[in-house]
Design a protein around this ligand. Structure first.
Ligand SMILES: Nc1ncnc2c1ncn2[C@@H]1O[C@H](COP(=O)(O)OP(=O)(O)O)[C@@H](O)[C@H]1O
Ligand SMILES: [Mg+2]
Length: 287
């Protein structure tokens, strides 16, 4: 140990080496550099604490699809826009409705901006899974808005009045030109509002290809997260396709990027292998 700097128990070995080199070159003590290095080390120390504190501070919104939250450290961070993408008929709308149902069951206000399907279709689709969305609409917790009749200003006004915790856009392709999307002032405005109001947002986009094609569009790059939906026969003899979802991206979250098979149950979607599925399929244990 160099006794000249014995006092610096808080300076790291690396910093001490830099200080010594400079002092040797200058032939004198350099108190400014010494202080700067001390500050730098403190910062590094602070950063270590902050990473842990920050992850504890992030509020996550449970997606509510059995198995999915386990892949996301508990859910989607609030204020995030998550792209739900894939070819048609792969479960994107069902997934997004189920995400709202989870919120509605916790008395959160939710909005479905349906630019693709009529409200009646969504209600009918929901009934299949026992989700009485008409009841939530009557109680004032759920709103379904059609697309073409709304401007950006109107959407923001709806946020103001309704104060939703969760929203879904189905789909962005019908609302925005993909080429100009990221630069679109309308979208930037909506995005800003979502972040400021800490809303959790699923934004559905359509793909012409499945998971086997590694091609990304403007929407994928913009999202704080992206979940890709697909289906396909696992082998030629399979009579039915298997449905999959893959979490491709989720900022500030450690993710499992495997494609996960899921099924349609009478209660909605469920990942194969999720805890509830296992407990529902296995016999009740005898004590
Ligand atoms: N038990 C089921 N209940 C409802 N839909 C099912 C079921 N099994 C398979 N499907 C299929 O899943 C698809 C669900 O579509 P949807 O969630 O609307 O997908 P997307 O929004 O990706 O087009 C439909 O094409 C439907 O035929
Ligand atoms: Mg759909």
């Amino acid at each position: 140990m160099n006794d000249k700097h014995a006092i610096h128990t808080t300076i790291s070995t690396d910093a001490l080496r830099v200080l010594e080199r400079y002092e040797k070159e200058l032939g004198a003590k350099n108190t400014v550099l010494e202080r700067a290095l001390l500050g730098m080390d403190k910062l590094r120390f602070k950063e270590k604490i902050d990473i842990q504190t920050i992850s504890r501070m992030i509020k996550r919104i449970k997606v509510g699809i059995p198995g999915v939250d386990d892949l996301l450290e508990g859910g989607i961070p609030e204020g995030f826009v998550v792209i739900v993408t894939g070819p048609p008929g792969t479960g994107k709308t069902t997934f997004s409705l189920q995400f709202l149902i989870e919120g509605l069951r916790n008395n959160e206000k939710c909005i479905y901006f349906s630019f693709e399907e009529k409200a009646e279709h969504l209600i009918k689709q929901s009934m299949r899974f026992g989700w009485d969305i008409g009841n939530y609409m009557d109680k004032g917790y759920l709103e379904i808005f059609g697309f073409t009749m709304l401007s950006t200003e109107e959407i923001i006004e709806i946020f103001d009045v309704f104060k939703p915790k969760r929203i879904v856009f189905d789909s962005l392709n019908t609302f925005f030109e993909i080429g100009d999307f990221r630069r679109s002032p309308q979208w930037r405005n909506i995005l800003k509002q979502i972040r400021e109001r800490k809303i959790a947002c699923l934004a559905i986009t359509e793909k012409k290809h499945g998971l086997d094609v590694k091609e990304f569009d403007e929407f994928d790059f913009m999202g704080d997260g992206a979940i890709f939906f697909d289906k396909g026969q696992r082998h030629d003899l399979d009579p039915y396709p298997t449905y999959y979802l893959q979490i491709q991206k989720m900022r500030i979250t450690k993710i499992n990027e495997m494609p996960h098979p899921f099924i349609f149950t009478d209660k909605g979607l469920e990942l194969i292998g999720s805890k509830t599925l296992v407990s529902r399929l296995s016999p009740t244990p005898i004590h």
